[in-house]
Design a protein around this ligand. Structure first.
Ligand code: ATR
Length: 273
């Protein structure tokens, strides 16, 4: 039997199985999609076992996105630029790596939230798998510039190098941010919120038209978005919409139809409220 799954660590509370079940109902299909816990050390073996037992496609979530990139036999251009994979498609005797996170974020911001990203001065906080996943799509969506900061500066530089657009991508130290002025869009792609923390940011980043986005959702998105509201941002967006949109992109890669996402998003949002 053909199987699908999301791999992560931890993964028990992932909403992806529910989302893919809803998409499958909508498409009139039966889809076997489960959550599989795998540590970075155990991921290669877990994925090999999955392939041997019918695995045809997988989502990959934290902290495995960079590991998934490393073990994919082939990759899309997006995944290549991201250096991170969130979607695996079985091809021949290997895996093809894709990254639908960025497309998901851009669809959520421009479609669901009606934002125009073109010409926006954008700040990306974080340089791990989540940040890598969204950066190429933000650049492709026509933002003006992407300033990247991260607690560990070496990862900032590695991400900026991988993006390969030195004219538009500006790696910065956190302590330099006070001199960077206001941003139109501030995207928190760190996992600090999982521990209830907020990266240490100056309030001078926020202006009257700033939109603050956290790529996480639920409790993990609260600390950063509360900080942003306290600084007077115009709008806050959490990662629930992106989660649904990236799932729809993955579903389309595996099953050839892109599901309608609004009803699924509304259900999840109501459940969270
Ligand atoms: P993910 O797939 O969620 O990106 P990751 O690759 O482990 O997971 O990356 C986590 C990101 O959150 C990193 O940018 C990390 O910063 P470091 O590279 O310095 O580790 C960032 N992060 C985690 N906790 C943080 C905190 N308390 N303050 C600031 N940044 C934090």
């Amino acid at each position: 039997p053909v199987r699908y799954a999301v791999f992560g660590h931890p993964v028990a509370h992932s909403l992806s199985p529910d989302i893919h079940a809803a998409f499958a109902r909508q498409a009139g299909r039966t889809v076997d999609y489960t959550a599989i816990d795998a540590t970075p050390e155990g991921f290669t073996d877990a994925l090999a076992f999955f392939a041997d037992t019918g695995g045809a496609g997988a989502n990959v979530t934290l902290p495995l996105k960079e590991a998934a990139y490393a073990l994919a036999a082939t990759c899309s251009e997006r995944a290549q630029r991201a250096g991170a994979v969130n979607t695996l498609v079985r091809s021949g005797d290997g895996w093809h790596g894709e990254n639908t996170d960025g497309e998901g974020l851009v669809r959520d911001l421009t479609g669901r939230h009606g934002l125009d990203l073109r010409g926006r001065r954008t700040l990306l906080i974080g340089a791990g798998g989540a940040a890598r996943g969204v950066a190429p799509a933000l650049l492709d969506a026509g933002i003006d510039s992407l300033t990247v900061v991260n607690r560990t500066p070496a990862r900032t530089d590695a991400l900026a190098d991988a993006l390969g657009e030195p004219g538009r991508v500006h790696p910065r130290y956190l302590h330099q941010l006070g001199e960077s002025g206001e941003f139109d869009l501030i995207v928190n792609a760190t996992s600090a919120g999982l521990a209830g923390a907020v990266p240490d940011l100056p309030r001078s980043l926020v202006g009257m038209r700033t939109v603050a986005v956290d790529l996480s959702y639920g409790e993990a998105a609260v600390p950063f978005l509360a900080w942003a509201r306290a600084q007077g941002v115009r709008q806050t967006v959490d990662g629930l919409g992106m989660l649904v949109e990236q799932a729809a992109e993955s579903f389309a890669l595996w099953h050839g139809v892109r599901p309608e996402t609004d009803a699924v998003f509304a259900t999840l949002q109501a459940r969270a409220a």
